[in-house]
Design a protein around this ligand. Structure first.
Ligand SMILES: Nc1ncnc2c1ncn2[C@@H]1O[C@H](COP(=O)(O)OP(=O)(O)OP(=O)(O)O)[C@@H](O)[C@H]1O
Length: 393
C-alpha cells in the first residue's frame, strides 16, 4: 500500500519572491489527489519540495515518520526510493532507446541482473501499453507514448508514491482520457499514493479522490473531490469551469476595475469563455473491467464518511449520492447508533448541479480551510470509524 504524505505549514520562496505560504495537507495512503492552480502558482515547485529537490524555508514533509525538510542526507536517499516521478515532458534521454530509458533507474540504483531488469522493464511496458516500442528512440514516438514511457520508467522501482507533473500537457483530449484511465488502473493494481498536478478540468473532475487548489500564494482548499466540485468559492468555480469571469486573470490576479468591466461585458451578452457550465459531482473513473477494485476507494469511503457531517451540504449530498443503496443504509444505521443523529431517509437521486437553496448556496461559498476539510474539528464528538461491514471498530 502507498504511504501517507503529511505536509505541515510549508512555505517556499526564491529570494524575495514568495511562491506559497503555510501549505498544510495530507495525501492519504494509496489515494489519488490532484493539485490545481493557475500557471505560475508554484505547483511544480510544490512537487519538487515533496521529493526534497527544493528546500522550503518553513514547515515539514513527513513520510514514514521522517521529516524530509530536516533529515540527514542518507534518510532522504532512502525516502526518495519510495517515489516515482513522471515529469512534464517525460524527461527521457533522447539518445537512448525506450527500453534503455525505462531500464535506467534499475541499472543505476539496483544490482539486478540484465535478465531481471528485462523482466521488470517488459512488465512495466506492458502495464502502460507500450510493448513493441522498446527499440524506438524518444524522438520516433508520439507525445502520448513518451508520457507512457516516462510513466513506465517511474514505475520500475515499485514506488509507493507517484508524482505526475502535468501528465496531460501536450496531449489531445482522447489521449488524456486514456492516460487518466491508465492512472486509475495503476492505482487499482499497485495501490500507490498518487499526486497529479494539472490544469486539466476533465482530469480534475474524473480522476482524483481528493482535490486541492493553489492561488494567491496559498492553498485555497484541499479535501474530498466532492467539496471542490460543489464549491462556489469564486476562484475554484472559475477554474473548474474555465471562465474568464472571476478573480483569476491573465496575470495571476485581477483588480476590481477589470472584474467590474468583465462583468458588465458578460451582462451585455459577451461570452465568458467557458464551453459549458459543468458544476456538480460527476462520477469518478473506475478501474477497467477485469481489474481489481481500488482498495483506496474503499478506504476513502470509510474516511470520508467519518467527516461527512463537517463538510458543506452540497458536498455531503454528492458523497451520499455516490453510495450504493447498501452502503447508504449501512451508513445511516451506523450514524444512528454512534451519533444518535437524524439522517435523511432517502438516497439522493444524483447530486444537484447547483446547491439546492440560497441558504445552502451561501454555506457552500465559504472557503473551507484545508485542515477543516481533512479532519473533523476537535469540538465535534469523535465518531468511531465507519466500516463497510457495518460493524464498529
Ligand atoms: N529554481 C527556481 N529559481 C527561481 N524561481 C523559480 C525556480 N523554480 C520556479 N521558480 C518560480 O516559481 C514560480 C512557480 O513556478 P512553477 O513552475 O512551480 O509554477 P506552476 O504552477 O507549476 O506553473 P505552470 O502551471 O505554468 O507549469 C514561477 O514564478 C517560477 O519562475
Amino acid at each position: 500500500m502507498g504511504v501517507e504524505v503529511v505536509v505541515e505549514g510549508l512555505s517556499k520562496s526564491f529570494g524575495r519572491q514568495a511562491i506559497w505560504r503555510d501549505v498544510t495537507l495530507t495525501l492519504p495512503s494509496g489515494e489519488v489527489s490532484v493539485l490545481l492552480g493557475p500557471s505560475g502558482t508554484g505547483k511544480s515547485v510544490f512537487l519538487k519540495c515533496l521529493i526534497g529537490l527544493l528546500k522550503p524555508e518553513k514547515g515539514r514533509v513527513v513520510i514514514n515518520g521522517v521529516d524530509l525538510c530536516s533529515c540527514p542526507e542518507k534518510d532522504m536517499y532512502e525516502i526518495r526510493k519510495l517515489f516515482g516521478v513522471l515529469f512534464q515532458d517525460g524527461a527521457l534521454f533522447g539518445s537512448m532507446s525506450i527500453y534503455d530509458n525505462v531500464a535506467f533507474p534499475l541499472r543505476e540504483h539496483t544490482r539486478k541482473s540484465e535478465k531481471e531488469i528485462h523482466n521488470i522493464v517488459m512488465s512495466k511496458m506492458d502495464m502502460v501499453g507500450m510493448l513493441g516500442a522498446e527499440q524506438k528512440l524518444p524522438g520516433e514516438i508520439s507525445g502520448g507514448m513518451r508520457k507512457r514511457a516516462g510513466l513506465a520508467r517511474a514505475l520500475v522501482l515499485d514506488p509507493q508514491i507517484i508524482l505526475c507533473d502535468e501528465p496531460d500537457s501536450g496531449l489531445d483530449p482522447v489521449r488524456t482520457a486514456y492516460l487518466s484511465q491508465l492512472l486509475i488502473d495503476l492505482n487499482a493494481q499497485i495501490d500507490a499514493t498518487i499526486l497529479i498536478v494539472t490544469h486539466n478540468i476533465n482530469v480534475a473532475r474524473t480522476v482524483p479522490d481528493n482535490l486541492g487548489m493553489l492561488f494567491r500564494k496559498e492553498l485555497v482548499m484541499f479535501g474530498p473531490r466532492e467539496v471542490l466540485l460543489t464549491s462556489e468559492e469564486p476562484v475554484v468555480e472559475q477554474f473548474l469551469n474555465g471562465r474568464r469571469i472571476g478573480p483569476i486573470g491573465m496575470s495571476e490576479e485581477k483588480d476590481s476595475a477589470q472584474m467590474a468591466q468583465e462583468q458588465a461585458h458578460l451582462e451585455a451578452g459577451h461570452h465568458d469563455g467557458s464551453s459549458e457550465d459543468m458544476r456538480g459531482v460527476v462520477p469518478q473513473l473506475e478501474p477497467t473491467p477485469g481489474l481489481p477494485p481500488r482498495d483506496a476507494a474503499r478506504r476513502r469511503r470509510q474516511r470520508v464518511m467519518q467527516i461527512l457531517h463537517t463538510l458543506p451540504e452540497p458536498a455531503q449530498h454528492g458523497i451520499l449520492a455516490s453510495l450504493s443503496r447498501e452502503d447508504f443504509d449501512r451508513y445511516q444505521d451506523w450514524r444512528r447508533r454512534t451519533a444518535g443523529m437524524a439522517m435523511p431517509t432517502a438516497l439522493p437521486e444524483r447530486p444537484p448541479s447547483r446547491p439546492v437553496s440560497p441558504q445552502q448556496a451561501h454555506q457552500a461559498t465559504r472557503p473551507i480551510p484545508p485542515q477543516q476539510v481533512q479532519q473533523a474539528p476537535a469540538t465535534r464528538p469523535r465518531l468511531r470509524p465507519w466500516r463497510r461491514d457495518g460493524g464498529d471498530q
